[in-house]
Design a protein. Structure first.
Length: 323
């Protein structure tokens, strides 16, 4: 019984002392370590401003349609106005003939005829005057602006409006251009929250730095595989070197071979923080971490730092795994 317990303990100790080959990781593949920065987001292109509402065309044609619609009743009214006196005159002639036929006398008939003619003349004069009085106001508004210059939506702005045109180009670029007046004001659009854009100076050689960064990436994989602590110390900050050294110690004597199938590098941001300059580079591509294994994709951001006084070269200050 005692021998069986001793054998079980020896087997358990041996099992726990065997190095776990699955723990072998490439440099930077064990997760995020070192400096962690809140990467600025790249701003999207500005959305075009909403198009102003254009006045409805049927509203412009409404006055013309109204005038055309009113012309027909006016013509009908004019016809009826002219028919009134004529019908009265005809009725008077008929009454005169009737009275003459009844023997009331020619003198009385002539008198009645003259009275009817006078009444008809009065109605005719009143009709003509009413027509002239109604036509004068209608012609006034139509001809009131004939001599004035036509109003234009593109007139030269007043002095108070010209102040916006005298702004510096950098500030005026954010001011939308003035357009013609519209019938209804467009609803206000809520402004998007301010986002700090990624910044890479125009004078910064992004292409050359990306090439050097890819060389450092491949060299660090080789140094990590061979446990070359001197080379790792040369290209890492003290914090990152301590993390890499701990990973090598935990890995033990197991052999590791990382094959970089393909790697791309993109400079994301350049910033000065304190007494050092920091360049954030995104690495992406494929690597083979174990012999005979299939390539796996990777996507991570390395932060490389260098003192502003150039007292040392670029060093890896942190690694962030992209999620």
């Amino acid at each position: 019984m005692k021998q069986w317990l001793i054998g079980a303990l020896v087997a358990a100790v041996a099992a726990t002392s065997v190095p776990d080959v699955a723990e072998a990781k490439r440099f930077g593949g064990g997760g995020s370590s070192g400096m962690q920065r809140s990467m600025p987001a790249k701003t999207a292109p500005n959305a075009p401003p909403p198009k102003p509402a254009t006045p409805a065309q049927p509203q412009q044609a409404a006055p013309a349609n109204g005038a055309a619609a009113g012309a027909a009743p006016a013509a009908a009214t004019a016809g009826r106005s002219w028919m009134g006196p004529i019908a009265g005159l005809a009725a008077g002639l008929g009454i005169a003939a009737l009275m003459s036929h009844l023997g009331l006398g020619e003198a009385f008939g002539n008198f009645l005829m003259l009275a009817l003619l006078a009444v008809a003349a009065i109605f005719l004069v009143r009709f003509v005057m009413r027509r002239m009085g109604a036509g004068t106001p209608a012609r006034g508004p139509a001809l009131a602006g004939a001599g004035a210059p036509a109003a234009s939506p593109w007139q030269t702005p007043a002095a108070s409006e010209r102040r916006g045109l005298d702004m510096p180009p950098a500030a005026a670029a954010n001011v939308p251009a003035a357009g013609p007046p519209v019938a209804a004001e467009a609803p206000a659009v809520e402004a998007a929250p301010a986002v700090t854009p990624a910044f890479v100076p125009a004078s910064f050689d992004s292409e050359g730095f990306s090439r050097i960064a890819k060389m450092i990436f491949i060299r660090m994989q080789a140094a990590n595989d061979s446990a070359d602590l001197d080379d790792l110390r040369r290209f890492t900050t003290p914090e990152m070197f301590a993390s890499a050294r701990l990973d090598i110690q935990e890995r033990g004597p197991s052999e590791q071979k990382t094959d970089v199938v393909h790697v791309d590098a993109e400079v994301l941001d350049v910033a000065n923080e304190g007494d050092r300059q920091i360049v954030s580079v995104r690495f992406s591509g494929q690597v083979v971490e174990e012999p005979g294994a299939a390539p796996v994709d990777f996507n991570e951001v390395w932060h490389l730092a260098k003192p502003l006084d150039d007292s040392r070269s670029w060093a890896i200050a942190g690694i962030e795994q992209s999620r």
